[in-house]
Design a protein around this ligand. Structure first.
Ligand code: 2AM
Length: 477
């Protein structure tokens, strides 16, 4: 029997859809799953009549493959990946390739890459974005590993990826954990986008009193312009769904946001690398505070906020919200791209940030026309340190800032939380401020901990005995 081009382990929805996508592009695939009944189910249902071979042991799977073998793991992140690697190893030869297409933590991918390199087995960690539908119809694919390993599978991934203007949304990102890192940042940016859209909704609903129909229409209109993106498009759709209760379904949904951890990982990486990705982190914290619903309901009964109502013009505020959304989104992306730039330095990756923005234009959750603008920015200046310094983005944000500030002022006055809009604005203001009050932070650190400081007028490290000897006593009454 002719051997298969590829193997895949993990027949949950993502795995099955990826297999169907690969097979549709005329590759034969051998499949395996821990619970082997799922293999047979798949073969008699979705895979029926297709060039897909079911296997019931790891040995059988490896045997079914053309050499060098290429085996995709699409299993739960963490221990299952290590377990399958160890189960596969006795059957593999030098030059065979394992591809982890799950949502693995990038440091695990770096570790596994080193482990397998010692055994001469090639390893790729790849981000696959776009959910179930993306996996089936064309995801965005971010591959990390040895360049030689990438070359073995490049035609397959280029074909199965989403295509935008004839360009595949699949690329070699860099060595070892680079692909999973970039996928993690994609998810962090996604958290930011979702949060900002939800804040726009909150203001439109709670300040302007807009109902579902008007909200849906507004987001649909916004989707025709600069904000055009998958997330704005689905937001418009969401407002059109009416529940059996007669209410818009979204209003019946419990306001406790869940999370699977990739936004948290992105924020942790920002803290590890000392990169200010405050809007992405705020989006994670916003989900955390939403999750303490019981406490919030209790607090709402006892803690008062302002009582004012918005007195201004509705159309003005609506336009301001739209501008704020675009400006804050730019700041959130600026943070994500700065984070990737710093990670490239830290982990010795050669990340092509322009190319990364291009492969996010299709297939993935943050797909948007706007990403083309990011690519243009990196074409103009490949070493761009921050998106806000690019002439296009600088001008857009400068022009939007008055309206953006107005949105934050209105929300603050009315007591409506807008952590995304606010943190992005603070990021923008901090970034464009030549002298921040960190001089006082340094003075305090030197006062209480002799941590030393540097001066603006001469080189060197300084320490001062700051203590005031005859300080008058302060009474607290
Ligand atoms: P299962 O069908 O046997 O549960 C997504 O959950 C995929 O990861 C499924 O294919 C699932 O296999 C697999 N998976 C989850 N936990 C696993 C584990 N501990 N060991 C092996 N495979 C696992």
């Amino acid at each position: 029997m002719r051997k298969c081009d590829l193997g895949l382990i993990g027949l949950a929805v993502m795995g099955k859809n990826l297999v169907l996508n690969i097979e549709r592009h005329r590759y034969s695939v051998a499949v395996f799953n821990r619970t082997v009944e799922r293999v047979d189910e798949f073969l008699t249902e979705e895979a029926r009549g297709k060039n897909i071979v079911g296997t019931h042991t790891i040995e059988e799977l490896v045997d079914a493959l053309e050499t060098p073998r290429k085996i995709i793991l699409m299993v739960k992140a963490g221990k299952p990946v290590d377990d399958f690697i160890d189960k596969l190893l006795p059957y593999l030869k030098g030059g065979d390739l394992i591809i982890d297409a799950g949502n693995s933590f990038f440091k695990d991918t770096i570790r596994r890459s080193r482990y397998l390199a010692e055994k001469s087995v090639l390893y790729i960690g790849t981000g696959v974005s776009g959910g179930e539908e993306g996996a089936l119809k064309g995801p965005s694919i971010m591959l990390g590993g040895q360049l030689g390993a990438y070359k073995l599978v490049e035609p397959i991934f280029s074909r199965i990826a989403a295509q935008v203007d004839g360009v595949p949304c699949s690329a070699y990102i860099g060595s070892d954990g680079a692909g999973h890192y970039v996928k993690m940042i994609h998810n962090g940016i996604e958290y930011g986008d979702i949060q900002l859209i939800s804040e726009a909704y909150s203001l439109m609903r709670n300040v302007l009193g807009m109902g579902a129909k008007e909200l849906g229409g507004t987001f649909a209109r916004w989707n025709q312009g600069k904000l055009n993106s998958y997330l704005i498009e689905i937001t418009a759709d969401i407002f059109t769904k009416i529940d059996a209760t007669g209410n818009p379904l979204v209003e019946m949904v419990l306001d406790e946001a869940a999370q699977k951890g990739t936004g948290k990982w992105a924020s942790q990486s920002a803290l590890d690398l000392g990169v200010p990705a405050s809007t992405i982190a705020e989006a994670v914290f916003a989900r955390c505070i939403s999750a303490i619903k019981g406490e919030r309901v209790g607090a709402a009964k006892v803690i008062k906020g302002p009582h004012e109502k918005y007195q201004g013009n509705k159309e003005d505020l609506l336009e301001a919200i739209k501008q704020a959304l675009y400006a804050a989104k730019i700041c959130s992306y600026a943070q994500g791209f700065s984070l990737m730039r710093e990670a490239a330095r830290e982990y010795s990756w050669h990340l092509d940030l322009g190319r990364i923005s291009m492969i996010w234009r299709g297939g993935c959750i943050i797909r948007a026309k706007f990403l083309h603008k990011i690519n243009e920015a990196f074409q103009r200046e490949p070493n761009l340190s921050n998106l806000l310094l690019d002439p296009y983005f600088k001008e857009v944000v400068e022009k939007a800032q008055d309206k953006w500030r107005k949105v934050v002022i209105v929300a603050t006055e009315l007591g409506i939380p807008v952590p995304g809009f606010t943190s992005a604005l603070t990021y923008f203001d901090s970034y464009r401020t030549a002298r921040l009050p960190a001089n006082l932070i340094q003075a305090q650190r030197d006062y209480f901990g002799a941590h030393t400081y540097r001066r603006i007028d001469k080189e060197g490290i300084f320490h001062t005995e700051w203590m005031v000897k005859d300080r008058p006593e302060i009474r607290m009454d």
